[in-house]
Design a protein. Sequence first.
Lengths: 170, 631
Amino acid sequence: MDHFARLGLPAALDIEPAALDRVYFASQRKWHPDRFVSRPPEERAKASTEAAALNDAYRTLKDPLSRAFYLAELRGVEMPGDGKTIDDPDLLMEAMEAREALGDADTPNAIESLAARALRDKKAALEGLAGLFLRDDRPAIRKALLRLRYLDKFADEARARRTNLERDAT
Amino acid sequence: MSLLEIHEPGETPLPHAGEAALAVGIDLGTTNSVVAIAREGVPATLHDEAGHALVPSIVAYAEDSRVLVGDEARELLATEPTRVVSSIKRLMGRGSADVRAVAGVLPYEIEPGSGETDMVKLRIGGRARSPVEISAEILKALRARAEAALEKPVERAVITVPAYFDDAARTATRDAARVAGLEVLRLVNEPTAAALAYGLDKGSEGLYAVYDLGGGTFDFSLLRMDKGVFQVLATGGDTALGGDDFDRAIAERMLAERQRDGVIDRVDETAIKRALGLARQMKEQLSPRDHTSGRLELEGKPSFHALTRPEFEALITAGVERTLDIARAVLVDAGVGAAELQGIVMVGGSTRVPLVRQRVGEVFGKPPLTDIDPDEVVALGAALQAESLTGGGDTLLIDVAPLSLGLETMGGIVEKVVPRNTPIPVQLAQEFTTYQDGQTAMAIHVVQGEREMVADCRSLARFELQGIPPMTAGAARIRVTFAVDADGLLTVSAEERTTGVAQRVEVIPSYGLSHDDMAEMLYDSLDHAEDDMVQRLLVEARVEARRGLLALDAALAKDGSLLSDAERSALDGARSRLETAIAGDSRDEINAAAEALETLSKPFAERRMDRGIREALAGVSVSDLERRVGE
């Protein structure tokens, strides 16, 4: 059973966070191991498995980026593994330029503005994904997701660099 | 006469559940322990004859072989300090190496650990005793108190643990309960229990933080309360930071003052215990008052010590700021701003310290909530949960894994399988593959922590998956599954997917935590995030490059004849340039050398492929031929 079906949600990119919480809590009320403390071992084991699957589903679908990756996987989009070389020349160029800018940025503000831009780009790219899924344009979905993964990492890296810079300053 | 009850399927209580032995909630604290019971949603602590709810977490092994717990044990502290143990919680799940590092805090004679687990033991009252045994004595006393108060047998309990307790410490707590004859219904995290008591009492909704500073541990948890659901969003802490450290700072100051005044002390177990006892009293007096003094007598030599609140605050400010750093990091983890919090619940005796309340108020921009007794709130929450678990209550607690769990991969890199703050129970798997041709075994090393490199995380367990059929490098599919149950305990299993060779291990912790505790690991990870990333990328580049070299060597050994001498020597040159780069520390150089080698070896790879295809075709015809001959 896929994560959407487990939570009784349509397999779609757009999920209202409150709706996700609602169905998740309702399912956990039924399956959480706390409800099975006095039950026979086989029922307890079953509850534990169900609750674990629910948590996996919830955690995967809660974050928009991981939800997009998961939906792409369901649609049969082949993604390279995490940490593998980027094979998209446009993205490679973008990443190199951004990294260079990050290397040159030497104030917390300059770094923060790079991180903020990455997050803005990420948001825009996420919004653009819906249309690609609708058209089932797999090469474009793949390209967009790779870029999203890069933007996410870049924002993290920038934040880490900022933390270090601030620490060194104090 | 009540109406017939109709339960959800799967939620029907067992017949006679109401008549079964009672289930209590226990806060097994560093300094004090409390037992409580809830009836119809109303929790209450269970008192002794004198009306005290708190049982000091002190155990004494008297000369007449009686075991004393609580106030009685404390009385023995004055006359026979070497027979008395306090703050044993700090040693739960620790190895002897960790304990030597905290020897100043805990004045005990340590027995070296033995056997596989290296669990620490203390020499108390002429015998080596483990923290599990000693904690069990406290639990037995709490159980006896509950049975006396309730006039019924008590066999089941919810026991609270710091959210930041690791696998080893949780297992040790569970074992202690078993020794005390208690079935643990659930290990519940202390801040979560506090939130339960608080939330149910106040009918609160929204985002709340729990700031829990006890005798020896600090936890900070962020929860969402929503119609009876208590969802932990993120948690952080330090299992070696608490009021004990404040006591120690005062005690050290007093001993230094004596030295300054020319008093020669033998700073032994007795001296430290006396000084700590006095320090604790002075600390407590400084909550309502702004100055205090104490008289310390060691070996017949008395001394007098004055302490003002500002002086005390200067001694503890570093510790308090550290708790606030951890708190901020938890909010960042959850992506929540301080302004979004409905309230900050204060838990643990150390939150009575005025500086703590003041700084929490300043950092979060609102006065912290202190209206439930911070020493009792955790036990009250545990009691509510015990009732809910046995009687089918309507609340739901969803907690998280406090620390990331992962595996060591090539080059000492940690591959995280369960990221921290994942809701539990959970079962997550990751696939790995072999690194070398014909590899038949794979070492599985399970680690806990936030850093990128294994050396900076805590090692939980090691085992070896054997019997992998020989295949080319990268062909095997080894699926490693991490299961964390609702108590936060981990089980790891590994399976080779193409053949089904499987192995499963309970994670038996090595009790080998260094003094760099988990909190420090998390704390460090914030400091080192960038260094770690650079280091990780470098190691990945090395691993990738070595993999390429291995493949090239295998190809050369088989099809080296396809190359002219000139081509071969060019390839060898590029190969040795890559080896030099691998030995260096520049990722760019490694990548450049690897790319150069790959470009150079491309024609070779193409020729090999042609030959491979020809051979494959030739092979078919030969076997065809043979079959025809055989017919």
